[in-house]
Design a protein around this ligand. Structure first.
Ligand SMILES: [Zn+2]
Length: 451
């Protein structure tokens, strides 16, 4: 929904960040049939929940084979798309550099005006448009045809394209601003730019998360307060129990774009908002909705927005430090051939994109793991707040429509930014099997001792 990450690698980290943590999205899709889930529930009831491993297996086996194969194919196709997007960025960058087209774009911008910032802005806009155009075929396949093929998309081509252009306009605005500010830092601090660039990226990311619920998300979807008290009140009760200062829950019309079930907490500080989508409302029962919303509240209570911003900040700092070394080496070797002068030369932007996208590609398993660990924390918070192990298991199965349910451990480490269905169901069944007491010592009738 927000600008396509593939457009500019400098924005990738930022975009990925806003999509993942604070707005941590749960995106299950169509469900395993409710009847099957009920059968599993009764199986687990009869076994008394004493064997979490067997219970987990029973849940997983409730998904019909053809459905599992389809979701595996969808998710595994995503592994290849990571590679193809990376290869495309590398190819575009190398093409722009070796053909000296980047140098010519820079010369054109310099001929246009004497003002440095305007030169940079001019280069940035042309560069972003060019990259968007060159990556459009892959974008079209990945985000339109492929989504339709797997039954996850609901939009026809015209509204899809309209949103693409809207996303492009946002990327041009945000991306150009970011590039202008970054180059101001590059000019003023040619040796320590990588430290300043990290700060710029963090401020930019934080601002994006802050303004997204107010200025960006409403451009793509309509958010309105949830009025059904049977759903709203149990959610607000969980929020009150955890000191989350929300007075209302929002419903978003995600069915405009997708069949996926989702909920999220987005924003920062005063713009924080809890929203669940209409697919979730239509497809899930109250226990499942409570399980999802308790997970989202976990992100809020455990301060995952700020924490992930910090972790990503460390990644960016290391990334820029390495970039500085690789960039200087590349310019020394090929700078003259490419017509690239140095860090403060906008003609070197494709080189920066090339290096950063390579580092990001290598860092994929580590970034996924950092996010997956925070997701697991939110799961643990969610199960303890909602106390809905079966609801959590059913939602995990619904998520399984687009995320492989039962991956190999190494596969989960490399590619999963959320725990797999198997891991989530096992957590729910372990929780259920532990049979925690309700915690009230009503029998004794004594007041708790104060210390
Ligand atoms: Zn989450």
């Amino acid at each position: 929904m927000t600008p396509r990450p593939s457009i500019l690698i400098l924005l990738v980290v930022t975009a990925a960040m806003t999509l993942l943590p604070a707005s941590a999205q749960e995106r299950p899709a169509q469900s395993a049939s409710p009847a099957i889930s009920e059968n599993v529930s009764s199986f687990i009831r009869t076994t008394g929940g004493n064997d979490p491993a067997a219970a987990t297996q029973a849940w997983l086996e409730s998904v019909p084979r053809n459905q599992r194969e389809k979701s595996n194919a969808y998710f595994e196709g995503g592994y290849w798309l990571i590679l193809w997007n990376f290869v495309l960025t590398v190819a575009i960058s190398i093409l722009l550099l070796t053909s000296r087209f980047s140098a010519r774009l820079r010369d054109f911008s310099e001929a246009l005006t004497k003002i440095r910032n305007v030169q940079i802005a001019c280069y940035a806009i042309l560069y972003l448009l060019l990259v968007y155009a060159l990556s459009f075929p892959l974008n079209l396949y990945e985000n339109f045809f492929r989504e339709h093929y797997y039954g996850l998309a609901t939009q026809s081509f015209a509204p899809w394209l309209r949103e693409q252009l809207l996303g492009l306009a946002l990327t041009l605005t945000g991306g150009t601003l970011l590039v202008v500010v970054l180059y101001a830092a590059f000019r003023r601090a040619p040796r320590t730019w990588w430290i300043w660039a990290t700060i710029v990226m963090l401020v930019f990311s934080g601002t994006l998360v802050l303004i997204a619920p107010v200025y960006i998300e409403p451009l793509f979807n309509t958010y309105k307060p949830l009025t059904d008290s049977k759903i709203r009140d149990p959610i607000l009760a969980m929020a009150r129990a955890n000191e989350i200062p929300v007075k209302q829950v929002f419903e978003v019309d995600a069915s405009r774009q997708t069949t996926r079930v989702s909920a999220n907490v987005s924003g920062l500080l005063g713009t924080t908002r809890v929203a669940l989508n209409d697919n979730l409302l239509k497809q899930c029962t109250l226990p499942e909705i409570r399980a999802v919303m308790a997970h989202e509240m976990g992100h809020y209570v455990l301060n995952h927005g700020a924490k992930l911003l910090t972790y990503v900040g460390i990644f960016i700092l290391i990334g820029f430090a390495l970039t500085r070394i690789l960039f200087d080496a590349a310019v020394k070797r090929w700078g003259e051939k490419w017509g690239v002068r140095g860090i403060s030369d906008p003609a070197a932007l494709p080189l920066l994109a090339l290096i950063l996208s390579t580092l990001l590609f290598i860092a994929t398993p580590f970034l996924n793991t950092v996010v997956r660990i925070t997701e697991r924390e939110a799961d643990a918070f969610g199960i303890n707040t909602s106390r809905e192990p079966d609801g959590m298991a059913k939602v995990a199965l619904k998520l399984g429509t687009y995320r492989k349910l039962n991956p190999a451990p190494l596969e989960e480490f490399i590619f999963f930014d959320h725990p797999s269905g198997r891991a989530r169901i096992r957590m729910a069944m372990d929780w259920k099997g532990a049979n925690l007491p309700p915690g009230e010592s009503r029998a004794s009738g004594k007041q708790p001792a104060t210390h």
